[in-house]
Each structure stands twice: as C-alpha cells, then as structure tokens.
Design a protein around this ligand. Structure first.
Ligand SMILES: NC(=O)c1ccc[n+]([C@@H]2O[C@H](COP(=O)([O-])OP(=O)(O)OC[C@H]3O[C@@H](n4cnc5c(N)ncnc54)[C@H](OP(=O)(O)O)[C@@H]3O)[C@@H](O)[C@H]2O)c1
Length: 276
C-alpha cells in the first residue's frame, strides 16, 4: 500500500497517514512497528514519554525499508521545557532511537503555566539549523499559543498534532492551520478505545462504500486534510487502516460524520492539561 504525501511549509513532505505507537512496547512492540512499516507506513509517531523510542528505533533498523524513507516523529516532554533542557532531551531521544537525525520533532504539550515553550522552540530551531532535526512542529497548541510562537520567533511549526476524531472535529483549529500553512495531524483519530466507529451513522456510510467503519472514519480525516495516526498492534488492522485511498466520501457523508461532535475524549484541554 503506497500512501500519498502532502507538502509541509518547510519544503519537506509528510505521508498522509501514519502509525501511532503509544503502548507498543517490548519485543511485541518492536514486531508491531516492523509489521506496520512492512505494511506501508512511512510515518511513525512516538514520544519520549511513551517509553518506547528504543523499540521504534529497533523496528526501523529491523525493517526492510531504508531509513531515509521513514518519517520518524518524536516529542519533547513537559519536564524538559527550556532551551538547554530541550537540547539535552533531544539527545536522550536520539540515543534511545539510535538515529543520526530525527525527521519531525514536536513540543508534546504547550504547558502555558510553565511558560517555557518559546525557549524550547528556539532550541528546536537551532537543532533544525544544525541538521539534527529535519522539520519542527508542535502538538496540542491553541491558536493563541501558535500566534505567540510565530510572532516571537518568525518560525511557524510545520505540524500541530491535536485531538481530532468524529466526536471532536476541531473546525476552528483546522481553519487556523489552513490559513497559516500548518499541517493538522489527528491524535486518537479513532477515539482511542471508545467505539466511535460503531456509530450507526458511520456503519451506514461504510456499508455504502463496502469498507469497514474504521476505514470510513480514517477516510473522513484524509478528506478533511488531516493526517491520522491510528495506533494498532495488529498486522491486519494496520493494513486496514491505511487502505483508505481507493474510495471517496461525499460532502454529505463527511458532514454526517462531523455531526457526531460531542466533545473531547478526556480532559485534554491544552490550556490546563499538564503532562511532564
Ligand atoms: N500528541 C498527543 O498528545 C497524543 C495524545 C494521544 C495519542 N497520540 C498519538 O496518537 C496515536 C493514536 O491515538 P490512540 O492510540 O490514542 O488511539 P486510536 O489510534 O484512535 O485508537 C487505537 C485503538 O483502536 C484500536 N484499533 C486500531 N485500528 C482498529 C481497527 N481497524 N478496528 C478496530 N479497532 C482498531 C486499537 O487496538 P489494536 O492495537 O488492538 O488494533 C487501539 O485500541 C497514539 O498511539 C500516539 O502516537 C498523541
């Protein structure tokens, strides 16, 4: 399965769908990430806080795909916000992964009360200038955080990875991203363990196209212009989750899925959520 790409504001490209890896740990985790790569995933999403960077790095080396074809994403945890702290944290991630460079480095959460994300961003600009990171971005940033980041440093993130699924459709953030050439990535695109895809409205749309409800949801992300990063440790479901580029939802179907809006999965409000 060949996954199409989209262009980032720094000239690089990003696969239109990726593999979430939260919870994929140990030998089984390595095997799951290898099977994902072999199935066609070229965008992998990890974080220092997932405590599985070693597994993901090992899987990249064990797979048959050249390193240069993989877009590896990892994230800076809250405890390491600050200029020097970010440089040190990056080295920790790089050592865990066993990679020379990281393709996409994100600030995991903005932590506005700590108020050090600008310092971290400046350190990430330096890492990019030094060639240790290819592209830099953020996660869970609000419009206010993004406006400040761009205003103070003149450098817009290539990506903002945010909670996005049929129950939390993020219309305002997606518009803002489009106006600022920031790509939207969807975390928990299937609603994590909640059975969003089982909703009768989604099942009906899936039946219409002869696809699974999960594929209908992931296709909805793609047509919104967002990059879903579904996590699956199961080789069959991994394949199912990227087999979403051969059919097209109608505007009406997209609107029907977006109408399932009911709010965040948990209290992941970027203004108040603190994760270190
Ligand atoms: N930036 C952030 O703050 C943030 C926050 C949360 C998550 N993330 C990232 O986003 C990724 C995805 O989010 P997530 O892991 O929370 O949730 P998700 O991808 O929405 O859902 C994962 C769950 O769905 C199941 N699943 C996957 N494909 C399926 C299919 N085709 N049919 C039925 N069930 C299926 C998985 O089980 P199986 O594994 O058994 O298939 C797993 O239980 C994470 O892994 C992480 O990389 C980032």
């Amino acid at each position: 399965m060949k996954i199409p790409t989209l262009s980032l504001n720094d000239g690089h490209v990003l696969p239109s769908a990726g593999l979430g890896t939260y919870g994929l740990r140990g030998e089984e985790g390595v095997a799951s990430v290898v099977s994902g790569i072999e199935a066609g995933y070229r965008l992998l999403d990890t974080a220092l806080n997932y405590e599985n960077e070693r597994e993901v790095g090992t899987a990249i080396r064990e797979s048959s795909i050249p390193r240069s074809e993989i877009v590896l994403t990892t994230k800076l945890p809250g405890r390491d916000h600050g200029y020097d702290e970010t440089l040190a944290s990056f080295e920790e991630s790089r050592a865990n992964l066993g990679l020379d460079y990281i393709d996409l480095y994100l600030i995991h959460w903005p932590l506005p009360k700590v108020d050090k994300y600008l310092d971290s961003w400046r350190a990430m600009i330096r890492l990019r200038e030094e060639g240790l990171v290819r592209s830099i971005g953020v996660s869970n940033f609000t419009q206010e955080h993004l406006t400040r980041l761009i205003g103070e440093t003149g450098v817009a993130p290539v990506v903002n990875q945010i909670e996005l699924h049929p129950r939390f459709t993020q219309v305002g953030m997606r518009d803002f991203h489009a106006n600022h050439e920031i790509a939207t990535q969807s975390w928990s695109p299937l609603g994590a363990k909640q059975e969003i895809a089982a909703d009768p409205a989604i099942v009906a749309i899936a039946d219409e196209h002869g696809v699974t409800p999960t594929q209908a949801v992931l296709r909805w992300h793609v047509q919104l212009g967002a990059v879903p990063i579904p996590k699956s440790g199961n080789p069959l479901r991994q394949k199912e989750n990227i087999d979403v580029f051969g059919f097209e939802l109608t505007e009406k179907e997209i609107a029907a899925i977006s109408a399932l809006e009911s709010g965040r999965l948990w209290d992941g409000d970027p203004n108040t959520h603190e994760e270190f």
